[in-house]
Design a protein around this ligand. Structure first.
Ligand SMILES: [Fe+2]
Length: 377
């Protein structure tokens, strides 16, 4: 229950949470005026104003942590109310009705909220395959790369979806599979951590499955840990990955097919301050190969393009997962979702296999990515 308010807490986002709280509070203060009037009381009396102020201020603790489910709930109640008010206004105009729209708006708000919830639950449990094409002057053969990131296994999504996706991906006969980080997180049990890598170990790509760490895999966010304690150790995680035939790229690279260099960068969040630069990672690496950067977060793209990379694969953003985070990411300059070009490099940010924190999604789909690499003409 505590995590309803504390999940994902980060001090630096307090001002944004406070701003959302003020917005939701102002809406509550304004909208409860109609509620009190509909109940036959004077909304402007001292007692009513005190009650309305209390309900308005109640939004602040709900919203202060902008990543918590409590903030999402408060925001979506406000959003449903605004949409319902607009619809009620339109209906009244069309039907040329006069008088209070309060009860119509209230009923519509409940319907809108329910529809948004159902749509969000559906979005969290539908997986799509998203395809991209990349041509490289440094390969002589085609390669099919499958990229799966951000499964956050055992937290908010039906686990059977991953098992089905593994079967679907095997049917595609991939050449390479990349697990792009955040496969597990703070709320994943040890049993689920071992289970997900056993399931992913069933993948049969021609040149192997490679894993890079995300910011959550080693459970560094203590505020989200059950009882404040990790559910598995670093070595237990490492063993679960490698025992299932999956190769860990932890600030090193692998050569695939004699013509592709897969570089696994240490995650920015997991490894802040000590992660090796791209220059350091490719020092002494063979030349004349297609360079592919695997970095959990979509960072350093321009630099990587300058260093001759032709493809970068990232996840982490979840495409924002729900409105308005999806819009905020783009406004913040984050490479939120999809394909971007930097010189000769294609960068792809996946929206991830699932979401994080809240069990709903309305921004982009849950997905795995298939990149068809072909020799340039
Ligand atoms: Fe992440």
């Amino acid at each position: 229950m505590l995590q309803f308010f504390t999940l994902g807490y980060m001090e630096e986002y307090l001002p944004i949470g406070a701003a959302v709280g003020v917005l939701c509070g102002a809406y509550t203060f304004f909208r409860t005026k109609g509620l009190i009037r509909a109940l036959g009381k004077n909304p402007l009396s001292a007692k009513s104003c005190l009650l309305r102020s209390f309900l308005a201020v109640l939004n602040i603790p709900f919203c202060l942590n902008m990543w918590a489910p409590s903030c999402v709930l408060a925001f979506y109640i406000m959003l449903s109310g605004i949409i319902a008010d607009i619809l009620a206004f339109v209906f009244h105009k069309l039907l040329k009705k006069s008088g209070s729209r309060f009860y119509l708006a209230g009923g519509l708000a409940a319907v809108v909220f329910a529809l948004l919830l159902v749509h969000g639950l559906y979005g969290m449990n539908r997986i799509v395959k998203t395809e991209y094409r990349v041509a490289s002057k440094n390969v002589k053969n085609p390669y099919k790369i499958v990229f799966i990131s951000d499964t956050h296994y055992g937290t908010i999504q039906n686990k059977a979806l991953l098992t089905k996706a593994v079967d679907d991906i095997n049917a595609l006969s991939p050449d390479i599979v990349v697990l792009g980080g955040d496969i597990v997180d703070e709320r994943t049990s040890k049993e689920d951590m071992q289970g997900v890598f056993a399931d992913l170990g069933r993948l049969r790509p021609k040149f192997g499955t490679y894993f890079i760490y995300g910011n959550h895999d080693t459970q560094p966010y203590t505020v989200d840990l059950p009882n404040g304690e990790r559910t598995f150790s670093d070595i237990e995680l490492e063993n679960a990955v490698t025992d299932n035939g999956i190769v860990i790229l932890k600030e090193n690279y692998a050569v695939v097919g004699g013509e592709m260099l897969l570089v696994g960068r240490g995650d920015y969040g997991w490894n802040v301050g000590s992660r090796a630069s791209t220059e350091e990672l490719i020092l002494g690496a063979p030349e004349g190969m297609m360079r592919v950067m695997l970095d959990h977060q979509p960072l350093d793209t321009e630099k990587n393009a300058e260093l001759g990379f032709e493809l970068q694969l990232s996840g982490h953003t979840h495409g924002g997962q729900i409105f308005p985070y999806s819009v905020m990411h783009s406004l913040m300059g984050i490479l939120n979702y999809g394909e971007y070009r930097f010189g000769d490099m294609t960068h792809i940010t996946s929206s991830g296999f699932t979401g994080w924190g809240w069990p709903v999604r309305n921004a982009f789909y849950c997905e795995y990515v298939v990149v068809q690499v072909s020799p340039a003409e």
